[in-house]
Design a protein around this ligand. Structure first.
Ligand code: GDP
Ligand code: IMO
Ligand code: MG
Length: 437
């Protein structure tokens, strides 16, 4: 049995897509367990670049079985668009390799409308900076028990009754936001042709995942977003609406927690965040702009500029704890090339004294959580062609050893460029230990 969870250790966009794709060379099944088309996971293979939003990042590995778990929220038109795009690129067998949980929730047009209206009418300090993909309202419907599930696409007359119930619940909200009341009939007519294509993909994702694990297949559980965007463990209320952490994998994939063997956390060599909310190590200066330019830090989905800052070790320790991270993948190390000095936040000064765990509930008052930095020497060498740790400059090795020691988590992988090739794999959680720095 072998099931590995991949989870973002920061505020998303850590490079999860690339790392899932790398380790899928050794696995047969990949399951997305949370979130929806708010995610954008980038895969660069040779000259091909693909950003997947709902499809699992293992999709480019031939013969991989791809499962969309019940923890997800699925926009049917986005999913069909991704399927068509992959077919255009020659992956003709994609539907045969895809299983869509019939218990995942459907994002419908009114979810997107409410998300957008709320964001555009909120006071500036209250806007979350969401991706406006309908994520929040869809999960709200799920928890309020007025949601609509993919399995209901099998019977559109029953589905219409469910949409009517949801629309009655949303009507006062839509009116208060100045929106137009949606028509259930129109939504059903939009869904009809999509349902024809999606119903054959529906199935029991929980059973398929558990069966694969019992059959000794190697299963990757792919997280979306990141620990600090998790609805329970993130910088609430500036979070997404799903359980992005590793614990969410058991719920979202529909397997027991004891089926999971290992948790891999992904972190950039620095930090980024898209949207609003606290970010204590943010650089609002030329250095931040430099990181954004060199790291091409623009949202994969919305192209919004990402906020950039130094690496936050207390944040990594926090992520290690709430996810049970066994190993770390450190990405975008190449982006730091050319900086003469690199700072790393190692602790926080708080009214209670200096702490080395992330004081997450103090972060909204900057004076209550002041980052304490250590400054390390940088390097000038281009790292993109380095394939073994020994070829990295001495100061680069010092940097990654520092991250490993202070975070308390062994490094499993170092990424030095966007492509599959630009990777130093130290340990593969599927096939046993291959060395440490
Ligand atoms: P995800 O959401 O965690 O999958 O990450 P995204 O795909 O949204 O953002 C990561 C971005 O960094 C993508 O553009 C990747 O192609 C790119 N990337 C991943 N690893 C590296 C790396 O080691 N170096 C550089 N320069 N880019 C990387
Ligand atoms: P991946 O999987 C980065 C952020 C949004 C916003 C907050 C809530 O690519 O790492 P939502 O639309 O989910 O209600 O927005 O969460 N956010 C992400 N930031 N990467 C993501 O996904 C994100 N998904 C949501 O910017 O701040
Ligand atoms: Mg992303």
């Amino acid at each position: 049995m072998s099931a590995v969870v991949i989870v973002g250790a920061q505020w998303g966009d850590e490079g999860k897509g690339k790392i899932v794709d790398i380790y899928m060379e050794s696995a047969e099944v990949v399951v997305r367990y949370a979130g929806g088309p708010n995610a954008g996971h980038t895969l660069v293979v040779g000259n091909e670049k693909l950003v997947v939003r709902l499809l699992p990042s293992g999709i480019l590995r031939p013969a991989t079985q791809c499962i969309l778990g019940q923890g997800m929220v699925v926009d049917p038109s986005v999913l069909l668009g991704e399927i068509d795009e992959l077919k255009r690129r020659g992956h003709k067998d994609i539907e045969a390799r895809l299983l869509l949980s019939d218990r995942a929730h459907l994002i419908l047009p009114y979810h997107i409308e409410i998300d957008s209206l709320r964001e555009s009418t909120a006071a500036q300090a209250e806007a979350i900076g969401t991706t406006k993909k309908g994520i929040g309202p869809c999960y709200e419907d799920k928890v309020r028990r007025t949601g609509v599930r993919t399995g209901e696409l099998r019977d559109l007359s029953k589905l219409k009754k469910r949409i009517d119930i949801a629309l009655r619940a949303w009507a006062p909200v839509i009116a208060a936001l100045g929106g137009k009341q949606p028509s259930a009939d129109e939504i059903i007519e939009q869904l009809r042709p999509m349902a024809e294509r999606l119903v054959p993909l529906l199935g029991n994702a929980s059973k398929a995942t558990d069966d694969a694990i019992r059959a000794h297949k190697r299963v990757m559980l792919e997280g979306a977003q990141g620990t600090l965007l998790d609805v329970d463990h993130g910088t609430y209320p500036f979070v997404t609406s799903s359980s992005a952490v590793a614990g969410g994998a058991a719920i979202g994939a529909g397997i027991g927690p004891n089926r999971i063997d290992s948790v891999l956390g992904i972190t950039k060599a620095y930090t980024t965040r898209v949207g609003s909310g606290p970010f204590p190590t943010e650089l609002n200066d030329e250095l931040g702009k430099h990181l954004r330019d060199v790291g091409d830090e623009y949202g994969s989905v919305t192209r919004r500029p990402r906020r950039c800052g130094w690496l936050d070790i207390p944040g990594l320790r926090y992520a290690a704890r709430v996810n049970g991270i066994d190993g770390l993948a450190l990405t975008k190390l190449d982006v730091l090339t050319g900086m003469s000095k690199i700072k790393v936040c190692v602790a926080y000064d708080t009214p209670q004294g200096r702490v080395d765990d992330l004081p997450i509930d103090l972060l909204d008052e900057p004076d209550n959580a002041v980052p304490v930095y250590v400054e390390l020497d940088g390097w000038t060498e281009n790292l993109e062609n380095v394939r073994v740790l020994e070829q990295l400059p001495e100061t680069t090795r010092t940097y990654i050893r520092f991250v490993e020691e202070l975070s308390g988590v062994p490094l499993y992988l170092v990424s030095v460029g966007p492509s599959r090739a630009a990777t130093i794999v130290l340990h593969n959680p599927f096939v046993g230990r291959a060395g440490t720095p």
